[in-house]
Structures are given as C-alpha cells and as structure tokens.
Design a protein around this ligand. Structure first.
Ligand code: FPP
Length: 237
C-alpha cells in the first residue's frame, strides 16, 4: 500500500477468535492463544513501518479471570514469556512498552516482567506498544473517579473544576492520544468494555478474520479503510 495515505496515529485492537481458531484446527484453546502471538509481532512491525505511533492490544480483560483455570494459567505463562522474550526486539526496533489495567492481581513474575519491560524501553520512541491486561473500561473509569474523589477530599481540587481533561488524565492511558481506529477481529461487532472513554470518536473496523489468521495484509486493509473514512468529530465540513 502507499505509505503516503492518512495514517492513524493510534490503532487499538481487540484480538478476538483465538478459541474458535483452536477449535477449527482441533487444538486446545491455549494453542489458539499461542498462535495469536505471531499476529502481534506482525501488527507491531507493520504499524511501525507505516508510522503509527501507538498500538494498543486488548490481551486480558477483568472478566477473563472467569475462564477455566488451565486457560488462565496458560495465558499468564504466555504473557511472562512474551514480554521478556520480546525485550531485545523492542529495544532493537525502538518499541516503548506500556501496560494498562490493574496489575496487582497478576502473579509476581508477570508484574516484575511488566515493570522491567516498561523501565528498559522507556527511552524508545519509534512506536509505543500498549498492552491491556486485567483491563476493562468500567474498572479503569471507576479507579479514575476514585483518584479524582481523593484529590477533592484532600482539598486539591474543587468539584466544579473537574473537566473531561481531568478524567482523561486520571485514566491508565494518561498522556496517550485517543485511538483513531479500533479493530476487532472475528466478526464480532462490539467493544466489550475496551477503551470506551478514549474511543468516543474512533473509527471502528470489524473484519471477519480470526486473530491467529490476521496478517499484515489485513492490517493494511484496516488502515486503507480508515483513510477512506470522513471524520467530522461532531462538526460540519
Ligand atoms: C480472545 O480470543 C483472546 C484473548 C483473551 C487472549 C489474547 C492473547 C494473545 C493473542 C496472546 C498474545 C498476546 C500478547 C500481548 C503477548 P478468545 O479466546 O475470546 O476467542 P474466542 O472468542 O474464539 O473463544
């Protein structure tokens, strides 16, 4: 594709369909998640090539703890392995790593790996990879409201001084621009508690492809579709 086209600054992806992919291939669900790692690498590479500055991936929701324990354990192991395993590539490729979501519930090793990846890549500037882990919008907004209420009760802020900017800067995504394009694979057309505040004006794209089958071509298609959209932000052209 032409690299001259309008490129989203921030793309967010709901990586859906790993379980169905596994079922279609006669495999266990966790094998679908393992097969979902390569499209993560492919999307990150393609995003960086195109000049996308932020890529957010929804990897584990606050609701996902309710999945069968072996699947949760397999996902924890996969996150642990991938975060540290990919560190040399992140450093080489200029990828800054960030995690959003409430991380205190994660096993210590996962938390340590997240902290380490964030610290070691803090100077990287080509692209920021944001992974949403134990994340849901309602949980994030609730935690933001608690932070704002605490500031009010300490007398640092008056209720009438609270603006949308106060809320944005109290979210886990503080300092990260809102997503321009949200992609959800597997044909499901919903946002499932993902970046609800931040996606107020995002373009949405719901390809049928299951996440493990998502390719650079699919990524390009989403960006091409985005370039065709007419974004008005509630205004008149
Ligand atoms: C949703 O598919 C996918 C997940 C809950 C896990 C996503 C995790 C990965 C792709 C692993 C690699 C990620 C990183 C960031 C290292 P599903 O299981 O809900 O699929 P289904 O709807 O077909 O059952």
């Amino acid at each position: 594709m032409s690299e001259q086209k309008r490129i989203p600054q921030h793309i967010a992806i709901i990586m859906d369909g790993n379980g169905r992919w596994a079922e279609q291939h006669g495999k266990e669900r966790y094998e679908g998640h393992i097969a979902g790692v390569e499209p993560v690498r492919t999307s990150l590479r393609r995003a960086a090539q195109l000049g996308v500055k932020y890529l957010t991936l929804y990897a584990f929701s606050t609701e996902n703890w309710g999945r069968p324990q072996p699947e949760v354990d397999a996902l924890m192991e996969l996150f642990c392995k991938c975060i540290v395993g990919e560190l040399p590539n992140f450093l080489e490729e200029g990828v800054r790593f960030r995690a959003i979501g409430e991380r205190s519930r994660f096993p210590e090793q996962v938390r340590n790996n997240l902290d380490r990846a964030e610290k070691e890549t803090a100077h990287c500037e080509r692209i920021t990879l944001i992974v949403a882990l134990n994340y849901s919008s309602r949980d994030e907004i609730t935690r933001a409201v608690q932070r704002i209420a605490a500031r009010v009760s300490r007398g640092e802020l008056r209720p009438e001084e609270i603006t949308p900017q106060t809320v944005s800067s109290s979210l886990d995504t503080a300092g990260i621009p809102d997503p321009d394009l949200v992609i959800r694979t597997s044909g499901e057309c919903r946002l499932s508690n993902f970046l609800l505040w931040q996606s107020s004006y995002a373009e949405l794209w719901f390809p049928e492809v299951l996440w493990p089958d998502f390719t650079a071509r699919d990524f390009d298609r989403a960006v091409e579709e985005y370039a065709r959209r007419d974004r008005r932000f509630g205004l008149v052209k």
